[in-house]
Design a protein around this ligand. Sequence first.
Ligand code: BYC
Length: 320
Amino acid sequence: MTSPADAHDADAQRAFDDLIANERRIEPRDWMPEAYRKTLIRQISQHAHSEIIGMQPEGNWITRAPSLKRKAILIAKVQDEAGHGLYLYSAAQTLGITRDEMTDQLIDGRARYSSIFNYPTPTWADMGAIGWLVDGAAICNQVPLCRASYGPYARAMVRICKEESFHQRQGFEILLALMQGSPEQRVMAQDAVDRWYWPSLAMFGPPDDQSPNSAQSMAWKIKRFSNDELRRRFVGMLVPQAEALGVTLPDPDLRYDADQGVTAMGEIDWDDFFAVLRGDGPCNAERIQRRRTAHEEGAWVREAAAAYAAKQAAPRTEAA
Ligand code: BYC
């Protein structure tokens, strides 16, 4: 016999399935399957952590930017990334996880963040390559997320994508200035592109046949395209831009046809990608240590803010 609770769950599941099938949004108060909630918490918190850890490789250059104007632009960009992290943590909180839990998962090393932020930034040209390639990959991956089925995530992505598109242009412009500069500057720009090209392709995640989450996430309309499909589109976008810059994409097997897009490309070093995911990338330990230290050093700010909020919330007495 079906219990009233089972009947309620079956009705709720049907209502959820209808919303997804009709391209409507799931909102925080709507019933949702537990696995959908968990998948979203996983993806959105990983995404938030990536924005926050992603401030480090570029923060490294704020004090050394080559001019006041470049410094001001870089500060604004890194600040935007903090903002993206905050929108995304807020979106994840609507699913029932707290900010403290997410922070603990990150600084304990239990949470993932994007592989791309575990590589070093030894030269100024890295700021250009990150903007052009890393933010470019982010846009390609994230524009479809503006149509994700979970309302708070999709809405956060709209603003994030607008800002990412400015970031990508500032990266392109840094590389363009270097490519129009001295022979040493051109070498520095090409070297940065050589180092960031393959890791930026790996940002899209493992190949489709090794992506355990894709099928379900696509059925729930969280993801709209597969990892390989987005990667291919990204490379197709890069080819004419690389030509305009005068840099070479470091893939001798890349074949591009303006009408058909990318027809062939070389193999990504997946061993390197999985090593980075295991925590064995060049900067994993440094990034987490830095985040942990910043969290500890910020304890007094959180305490002061909490004390102030409690004071504001307390009823005011006549005597006071
Ligand atoms: N790095 O089944 P799959 C930014 C993990 S921030 C690390 O395909 P899914 C920016 C994956 O989590 C860029 N881990 O997974 C910021 C899964 O492990 P778990 C961040 C990765 O979720 C500052 C396993 O591999 N963007 O743009 O269907 C400055 C199997 O993968 C990676 C986002 O987070 C990776 N690259 O698809 C500048 C976008 N790839 O969790 C720029 C939102 C895969 O099962 N996220 N893994 O243990 C997504 O779109 C998807 O989560 C992914 C992965 C495409 C990344």
